[in-house]
Structure formats: C-alpha cells, structure tokens
Design a protein around this ligand. Structure first.
Ligand SMILES: C[S@@+](CC[C@H](N)C(=O)[O-])C[C@H]1O[C@@H](n2cnc3c(N)ncnc32)[C@H](O)[C@@H]1O
Length: 509
C-alpha cells in the first residue's frame, strides 16, 4: 500500500468525488486521535437534518457494480456450484471483494481498498488463549471460526480454483516468493475470505431496493448478522468511515433510488465527530463484530441463559423427555391432537413468543425487569404440577424466585473469575488491549447477573411483606419496581397469547 495514511485518505477522497460522490457539508475524513482509526469530523457547524454527503449507487462496491458475476456465470452453462456462491449475500460480496482486491490497480475501487483495514480485533481473529478470557460469555459460541472455515473450504475454495485467471495472487502478497505460481493456495483463499468477511461485518450496509417515495428505508442500515438475510450487501465508501458510540450518534444513512445520503440527525458543532448508529449492541457482540468496545455500550450488556439450564434449575432432576411430555401435552391442549413433532411444539411456543434456545437477562431499569416475561412464563410452566389449560402468567411466586436464584447461581459459576477479581484486574492496569476488552465484557455480564440478583432479592422481600427491605437493598441499582409489576403468580391461568392479542388490539386503536 503506497503512501502515508494521510496521503491515502486524500487519494480516497479525490477518487470518491471523481466517482460522483458529493460532499455537501463542512466535514473531513481524518485519523482519529482516540485510537478508533479514521473518522469523520465536522470542520464547521452543521444543522440538524443536513445532507452531509451523497454517494451514487454506482460507486458502491457490490456484486451489481462489479463485472465478476458476468465473468463467472455463463447463461449457456449454468454452474450450480458457482450460482450457489451468488445466492448468499454474504458469500457474494466476499467473492466480489476478493476479486476486486486482487485486480489491484485495475480495480475501480483501488483507492478505497487502500484505506480499508487488513488487521482486525474482532473475535474471529483472537487466539485460543485470548478467547479463554471470555469464558462464561456465550459470545464464544457465536464466533463460529471452525464452521466458517469449513464453509469457505467447501463452497468457496473449489469455485475460486475453477477460475484461476480471475483470482491470481498479487505479487506483494507473498513477499520474496512473488515470482512463483500466481494461483492462490487454499490457505490464501481462506485468509482473504476472512479478511473480506470481517470487513463486511464491520463496514458493509444492507442495500435496500427503494423508490424515491420511500427514502426512509431501514432502521439501522448496517449489515444484519442474519445468515438468511437476502438483501444484497454493499460497501458504501465514506459512509462506512463513521465510527459509532451508542447514544452519541448524530448521523444516519438514508437510501434513495438515486443514491445514498448521509444526513445529520442532530445539530453538530465544529470539531465534533460524526457518529453513525451500529445499533443497541451488547459489548460482547460489539467486540465480536467490530473489535472494539466503549463504556457507552455497557447499558446494552446481556447475559444469555440457555433453555436447558432453565429446565435444570426449574426441575433439578427434570429429564428432557419429561419436559417434552409437558410441552407436548400443552401443545395438545391448545393446538389439537395431531401436533406431535418436537419441531412443531417448539414452533408453537415460538409463535407465542415463548420458546427460545436462550433468554437474555439485561440491566433492569425503573420500568423494566432483568428477566424477560418469556423466561418467567417458562419457569412458571415448568413448576406447575399439572398441564394447564392456558399458559401461565409471568408472575413471581416464591417458587419462581427460588428457580431464578438457581439460574443466576449456575450461570455465575460458568465464569472462572469473580466480579471483584475482574474489577481489581482493571484497576491494576497494564493489560493488553484485547485482554482489557475481554475483562470488561465478562465483568459487564457479571454486573447484569448481580443486578438481576438484587432485583429478585427485592421481590422476595416484597412477597414476604417486607417491602421496606427492597428499598434499602436496591438503592443505587435503580431496580425499584412499581407495585403492580410485582405479580406473585396468582391468576396463573390467564393466557399469554390472549394478553398479547389484547395488547396488539389496544395498540391498533
Ligand atoms: C465502520 S468502520 C469505521 C471506520 C474505521 N474507524 C476506519 O478507520 O476504517 C468500523 C470500525 O471502526 C472502529 N470503531 C468504530 N467506532 C469506534 C469507537 N467508538 N471506538 C473505537 N473504535 C471504533 C472499529 O475498529 C470498527 O470495526
């Protein structure tokens, strides 16, 4: 990569303008002083709802704008193997980016590639030892390094190898062995695929098909994690240079038929950074996808509790078979006698918004509990001695609270360190960036567990008629709840489905 970071930034901005990009407001792309890489800053005051810059659709790096697809897919000889690559919006953009990157100076997007990262702190790139620091957090289950490698090996490598003339190694990629065989090895393909996949994860946008009558588009814009998402993905130059910091967002991308407009959502003072909104992500997910965290995302931290752990805590000895029998009977009561397959039972519970493979505990607030209603309903269902006619309410009888306590105790044990140990490690300092971020993530999750614990201690005090204890115990945690929220489980027979239907009909009025 030729030139200093500043020269590459300037070359990129010149390229963008020559490709139809229009800078409408006083902004500057520059290296941030806070360690967040490049960022966009206001160099003059900006009003709310100003168009900051516009990127034409033709400048977006995506399958539609690259000639790769037409070179690989011939109408006369349909190749299923090749077509399958283009059926997944993720894989499609990965292949297009590998191709355009390997074109070097022949690619339209060369100055753009010159400012994109080639190193990442996202969890896909952490060593086993580094990941060990996150033990206890379910984020480890979401990285999927092995399955991603397998996917690349099985569906990407063979396809790219079928087109050696399109995917040739760039001389500098191999240093002194540059003159050797230009065909990419399997490992080189996989390394490139990870690099492009991770860039897409942190930089790309879902491209909406919008007409000018509907310029609002999607709520978030950044790529969704959903594998089944069919919206094509694209790299939108400059729009992806905005950093993010939770509630500090002050700009947003709007997709129109003619182009992509970044607009201010608040007034911005000269010297301030422009922030996009990456969504209300817990820090574990922010780290996994974007490779950084800030304190401002701590409010979104969650702790996942697996379905089977709730079953364990509710029954102690409850076998999965027994649970299935209960769920099955429940299903028969409500759904009719023909639904016997497990998947259908799960689908039914899912339809009621009740079944999930895991439930999120979150920071409680004056208006919300640490425990989702779905989890409470599930616990109450598991505790009933007989199959109910209707789903139970999300009440908190003393037995419910006892189960919640067991859930929290078991979950806390999954972390090898204590909350106080983590606090001390952070206080002592001297940690590498990755270790520090991992400790902050696991500490944040333990704080959610602690707050959930304090919340049920408050419930317990209340159900025993010691309301005053709750006020004392929970002061400072902000988890004092309104009296009507404290349901002790009476009236278990009200249907959750009915309640939801009632709510939505209320809303529709
Ligand atoms: C969409 S890009 C933003 C542009 C990026 N800073 C660059 O130099 O290319 C997202 C990446 O920027 C970095 N980033 C974004 N917001 C950040 C923040 N508040 N603090 C630290 N790094 C941040 C992370 O590395 C993230 O993966």
């Amino acid at each position: 990569m030729a030139g200093s970071p500043e020269q590459r930034t300037n070359a990129f901005m010149e390229w963008l303008v020559s490709n139809g990009g229009v800078i409408n407001s006083p902004i500057k792309l520059t290296d941030s002083e806070t360690g967040s890489g490049r960022g966009v800053y206001a160099v003059g005051d900006i009003a709310e709802d100003e168009v900051l810059f516009t990127i034409p659709r033709s400048a977006v790096l995506c399958a539609e704008n690259s000639d790769l697809k037409s070179k690989m897919i011939s109408k006369d000889i349909p190749d299923i193997k090749v077509q399958s690559v283009f059926e997944s919006s993720w894989m499609e953009l990965i292949v297009v980016m590998i191709y355009e990157f390997l074109q070097g100076a022949n690619s339209r997007w060369k100055p753009y590639f010159d400012i994109l990262p080639n190193e990442f702190n996202s969890l896909m790139f952490w060593s086993k030892g580094e990941l060990e620091e996150l033990r206890g957090s379910t984020v480890l289950e979401k990285i999927g390094r092995e399955s991603t490698d397998l996917g690349f090996c099985e569906s990407l490598v063979p396809v790219l190898k079928d087109f050696p003339e399109l995917f040739r190694c760039l001389p500098y990629m191999r240093g002194s062995t540059a003159t050797l065989e230009p065909t990419l090895s399997d490992d080189e393909i996989i390394t490139l695929a990870h690099r492009m996949g991770s860039t897409i994860m942190a930089y790309a946008f879902d491209l909406e098909k919008v007409s000018d009558e509907d310029p609002e588009g999607d709520d978030e814009g950044f790529v969704s994690d959903d594998e089944d998402e069919v919206m094509p993905k694209g790299m939108v130059p400059l729009a992806d240079m905005l950093n993010a910091d939770a509630d500090r967002n002050n700009a947003r991308l709007f997709q129109t038929e003619s182009g992509l407009e970044m607009r201010s959502t608040k007034s911005i003072q000269k010297g301030e950074e422009l922030f996009n909104d990456y969504g209300p992500l817990p820090r574990s997910d922010l780290l996994r996808r974007y490779g950084y965290i800030t304190d401002n995302y701590a409010q979104f931290d969650v702790v996942e509790v697996a379905f089977h752990n709730i079953v364990d805590a509710a029954g102690g000895h409850l076998e999965l078979g027994e649970l299935e029998a209960r769920v099955s009977s429940l299903h028969l009561t409500i759904g009719g006698p023909n639904h016997t397959l497990t998947s259908e039972k799960i689908q039914f519970l899912d339809g009621e918004g009740l079944y999930d493979s895991a439930y999120d505990l979150s920071h409680p607030s004056p208006s919300s509990s640490a425990f989702p209603d779905e989890l409470l309903i599930l616990v109450n269902l598991l505790l009933l001695p007989q199959i109910p006619r209707k789903l139970p309410k999300p009440g908190r009888a003393p037995q419910t609270i006892a189960v919640l306590r067991r859930i929290l105790e078991a979950r806390l044990k999954e972390y090898p360190t204590k909350l106080e140990d983590d606090e001390m490690l952070l206080r002592d300092g001297g940690l590498s960036l990755r270790r520090k971020m991992a400790i902050e993530v696991r500490l944040g999750e333990k704080r959610v567990l602690k707050e959930a614990w304090l919340e049920i201690e408050g419930d317990n005090a209340r159900s025993e008629g010691n309301e005053h204890l709750m006020d004392v115990d929970l002061q400072g945690w902000g988890v004092k709840r309104e009296a009507e929220d404290c349901d002790t489980g009476k009236g278990d027979m009200e249907s959750w489905g009915e309640k939801r239907r009632k709510k939505s009909s209320d809303e529709s009025q």
